[in-house]
Design a protein around this ligand. Structure first.
Ligand code: SAM
Ligand code: SF4
Ligand code: SF4
Length: 341
């Protein structure tokens, strides 16, 4: 491959660097979470997956090489459900060998993880984030639209905590009136473990989840619930661009986090790009259009130039505009299971 030189100083129009690339390796998912892929809209996933012109692992590797030269050092595999993509350890190995990529993580619903966890770790996976919105079995089944029990995912999390992974995080999306009563039980469940639970505000991503702002449980209300249970203190961010505010309990080592995309947008620090499984680059979770990498896959210089230009033109800050009640959003949104969460 040609030597493209490096440009770690790449900045968008708002001066934001590009450090973090999230890769959706498939649109498909076996869960039907009501806030992401409600069962009644599964035809949307099926129609998109049928025509899914998936990038090969070689294509993805080429794109990550270009991003790494532009300053990306963190990669996260996601989807859809990333573990539905076959032979994932091969991709992990290939991405981990790219110069500059020093953190490789995956977000997953966890169900398929036990069969493949060892191979993923051997291949170089550093960290996992597992989604868990309820610890109560009936509520878990209701939210995820599956027959699985919360216990199935809790067992997987235990397996991860006992493994050589560097970090295990739990993503918990809080929907007001649905699962805020799970906040304390979830924290209690992970008391004394190294798991980092992050409570995420329900977002208006995509078009299928009937989002309304009254369903958002603002982070300050989640903190109130936790404060009634156990005293905590805030912790300093480890680096700029960190989306979660970090907290630690006064009487223990555990850490938890809050991701307040709706009530306290963090667009000013957003250093993330997303790559869909069919090769489109989205520079914001709420972008209406992606930039197509496919025409440039055989030309590393052109690929890097395009990626460079797309980022330099980026001015997305949807969550800030949402908060200002700027309803101007001219084009349809893309579903999260397509773009990669
Ligand atoms: N299937 C995997 C999983 O669920 O972990 C990875 C993809 S999923 C789209 C990534 C993350 O996005 C999950 O933690 C999920 O809870 C979160 N998510 C999906 N829709 C959301 C929404 N409307 N608001 C906030 N978070 C959402
Ligand atoms: Fe699937 Fe993840 Fe979306 Fe749930 S949040 S439907 S597990 S992609
Ligand atoms: Fe980043 Fe877009 Fe989310 Fe703002 S709204 S934090 S720019 S992904």
């Amino acid at each position: 491959m040609a030597d493209l030189g490096t440009n770690p100083g790449l900045k968008d129009r708002m001066g934001r660097p590009c450090h973090d690339l999230r890769i959706s390796v498939t649109n498909r998912c076996q869960f039907r979470c009501r806030y992401c892929l409600p069962a009644e809209h599964v035809d949307v996933m099926r129609s998109q997956s049928a025509s899914e012109n998936k990038l090969s692992f070689d294509d993805i590797t080429r794109i990550v090489e270009a991003y790494a030269e532009l300053g990306v050092n963190k990669v996260r595999l996601t989807g859809g459900e990333p573990l539905l993509r076959k032979h994932l350890p091969q991709l992990v190995k290939s991405l981990k060998s790219i110069k500059g990529i020093d953190d490789l993580a995956m977000t997953t619903n966890g169900i398929l993880l036990p069969q493949i966890l060892d191979d993923l770790i051997k291949a170089g996976l550093d960290r996992v984030t597992i989604s868990l919105d309820a610890i109560d079995d009936d509520l878990f089944a209701h939210i995820t639209g599956t027959q699985h029990r919360a216990k199935d995912v809790l067992d997987v999390i235990d397996l991860c905590l006992a493994s050589r992974l560097k970090q295990v995080k739990i993503n918990t999306v809080i929907q007001k009136g649905i699962n805020e009563h799970q906040v304390v039980p979830i924290l209690e469940h992970f008391r004394g473990t190294a798991a980092v639970v992050r409570f995420i505000e329900f977002m208006d991503v995509g078009t299928l989840n009937q989002w309304h702002e009254t369903q958002v449980m603002p982070s300050h209300a989640v903190l109130d619930l936790i404060a009634q249970h156990r005293p905590f203190h805030s912790k300093h961010p480890l680096k700029s661009g960190e989306v979660a505010k970090r907290y630690g309990f006064d009487d223990g080592q555990e850490e938890f986090g809050l991701i307040s995309s709706v009530s306290q947008p963090f667009c000013g620090d957003c250093d993330r790009a997303r790559l869909s499984s069919d090769g489109l680059v989205f520079q914001c979770l709420f972008a209406s259009q992606g930039h197509d990498t496919k025409p440039h896959l055989d030309d590393p210089v052109a690929l890097k130039e395009h990626i460079n230009q797309w980022w330099q033109h980026r001015d997305d800050q949807y969550s800030v505009l949402r908060q200002k009640k700027d309803k101007h959003h001219p084009l349809p949104k893309i579903e999260m299971f397509v773009m990669g969460g």
